[in-house]
Ligand binder design. Structure first.
Ligand code: ADP
Ligand code: MG
Ligand code: MG
Length: 199
């Protein structure tokens, strides 16, 4: 079972991963965006880490809703409200249970991804974070390692796609041939579930 501690470890691991990979995320965004995706998420997840240290919410749902609120209020770019919605919706769907299992997490994350699609209007194949998140949610029933592999594959599969949402869509065909920064950071977020599970 996954308790509030697990979700705090997940957010801490995500913060560390975003810190390590910020430059790579910003480089990807410089090719098809405005070169701020790494710094956007770094600012957001550092705020998440600070808020969780101060507040230590005691249910999985409360950890994720607090994290989502922080992302929405500290990240100016498109990714802030989108990732914020992902975590807030997922947290809401987990309710006030003190522990959840992987199947419940998968179901809640699906609600979170639905929230992102409703807010941003992106469908699978539009070259966004959805292309990593949706395959990850589909694979989560087979475990965290399967979800990680699916997210990484989904992120790589954005390379030949033409962007239809967000800044990259302004480039039209010139967005082809580059990996989407948001799909890449989504794969990092999913990969850190495995780290959190290892303790
Ligand atoms: P901005 O584009 O405002 O500078 P970021 O660089 O932080 O924001 O985030 C860009 C990423 O956000 C993209 O790579 C893409 O994955 C994601 N994104 C942008 N618009 C949408 C959308 N409408 N739906 C889903 N994801 C989106
Ligand atoms: Mg950007
Ligand atoms: Mg920007």
């Amino acid at each position: 079972m996954l308790d509030a501690d697990f979700f705090r470890r997940w957010m801490a691991a995500a913060t560390a991963s975003v810190d390590r990979e910020a430059e790579r995320l910003t480089d990807l965004d410089s090719a098809i965006g405005d070169a701020d995706h790494g710094s956007n998420l770094q600012r957001g997840f550092r705020a998440v880490a600070t808020a969780l240290e101060k507040d230590a919410p005691d249910t999985p749902g409360a950890v994720l809703t607090l994290a989502g609120r922080q992302l929405i209020s500290t990240v100016g770019g498109a990714s802030g409200p989108l990732y914020g919605t992902l975590l807030r919706r997922t947290g809401k769907a987990l309710g006030d249970a003190s522990e959840v299992d992987t199947a419940q997490l998968a179901e809640a994350l699906r609600a979170g991804v639905d929230g992102v699609m409703a807010l941003g209007g992106a469908a699978p194949g539009d070259k966004t974070m959805i292309d990593a998140l949706l395959p990850a949610v589909d694979a989560l029933g087979d475990g965290f390692a399967a979800a990680r592999a699916a997210a990484e594959q989904g992120a790589e599969a954005t390379i030949p796609l033409q962007a239809r949402k967000g800044r990259a869509s302004y480039l039209g065909e010139r967005s082809i041939g580059h990996q989407d920064p948001g799909a890449t950071s989504s794969a990092l977020l999913i990969a850190t579930l495995e780290e959190a599970a290892e303790g």
